[in-house]
Ligand binder design. Structure first.
Ligand code: SF4
Length: 326
């Protein structure tokens, strides 16, 4: 570790003032502290926002759900309304990290977390995300866990969050506040693909912080769930995952919200899959046909070709699971 200044503002205005001067926000600390220990990140000022009043879950104006940025992963997973209305969120959270981490990590911090690419965390390795212009060690290195969708010549790292996949499927919105005021960003625009600036991962402006994530009201009943495929059954990131939400009326799928994780540089929304599903009656053939579109555009690397087929099977299985329950 190295010297830095620690600030603990007592209100939002103080936090934003510190952020405007270049302070780095920290809540649960489950990502940033690791990165500081490894000297991947070296902020001069750390602004602890964990005492701010952003820790509630309430109804949003449109009838959806508003999850405060400082609600912990464990709290959100166990919340009655989250479980009742959006089990896909609860399941994605329960399948994330470890119980200890879920008790500390916040929802805002979860979607701000940085990649788990091992080269990113090794300060001796070339990595465009950590040191722009230095190269990408993963492209020609060991890339079994890396992205098959959304990659660029600069970076092929996956986004690690599970709940972000559920947020992408449900078309969440991120509330931000900063020196220039407040704004709301669609989730699909919040986490940025690498393109030629992989060091820029989020749509936040300097000094901005997340205050809440809104889940829109979808037609009810909405059946949903999350499937995560990984090398071991605990404390492991996804090789592939699928978040699925379906609304059926009179035996016909009227609403389909689907996204995949573990495969994309960002949580990977699957509009082609959704289009195939809407207006159809559930059947084994439909699940298979829709899932076949989930890997459209995939560009696998040397060690992760298996993800193409695994993704299709993951999506098909979760469509069947949710579709049969619906
Ligand atoms: Fe760095 Fe991205 Fe390449 Fe990993 S995949 S080494 S994070 S540039």
């Amino acid at each position: 570790m190295y010297p830095f200044t620690y600030k603990r503002p007592s209100n939002l205005a103080e936090a934003l003032a510190a952020g405007r001067r270049g302070g780095r926000y920290i809540a649960g600390g489950t990502t940033l502290v690791d990165l500081m220990r490894e000297t991947v990140e070296r902020p001069d000022v750390v602004v602890d926002i964990s005492g701010l009043p952003l820790r509630s879950i309430s109804s949003a104006e449109d009838g959806g759900l508003r999850i405060g940025a400082l609600v912990t992963m464990a709290e959100a997973a166990a919340h009655r309304e989250v479980q009742r209305r959006y089990p896909v969120i609860s399941e994605a959270l329960r399948l994330s990290a470890s119980a200890q981490l879920r008790n500390m990590a916040s929802i805002g911090g979860n979607i701000m977390q940085r990649t788990r690419c091992s080269y990113f965390r090794d300060v001796t390795a070339a990595c465009n995300k950590r040191a722009p212009g230095s190269g990408c060690s993963a492209r020609d290195g060991y890339n079994r866990t890396h992205a098959i969708l959304g990659s660029s010549s600069a970076c092929v790292a996956t986004h690690p969050s599970d709940v972000a996949v559920a947020f992408a499927a449900l078309e969440a919105r991120v509330h931000l506040t900063g020196p220039a005021g407040t704004r709301v960003v669609a989730f699909e625009d919040f986490i940025l693909p690498p393109n030629d600036t992989p060091q820029r991962e989020h749509a936040t402006l300097p000094g901005e912080l997340i205050t809440a994530v809104d889940i829109p009201a979808h037609p009810r009943p909405l059946r949903s769930g999350y499937l995560k495929v990984r090398d071991r059954q605990s404390f492991e990131f996804a090789l592939t995952s699928a978040a699925v939400a379906l609304h059926l009326d009179d035996g016909v799928i009227r609403t389909a919200k689907v996204a995949a994780g573990g495969v994309g540089t960002v949580p990977w929304k699957l509009p082609a899959v959704e289009r195939i599903l809407v207006g159809q009656r559930p059947s084994a053939r439909l699940w298979s046909k829709a899932a076949a579109a989930s890997a459209d555009g995939a560009l696998p690397l040397k060690h992760n070709r298996f993800k193409v087929e695994l993704l299709k099977r993951t999506v098909e299985r979760q469509l069947r699971t949710v579709g049969e329950a619906a």
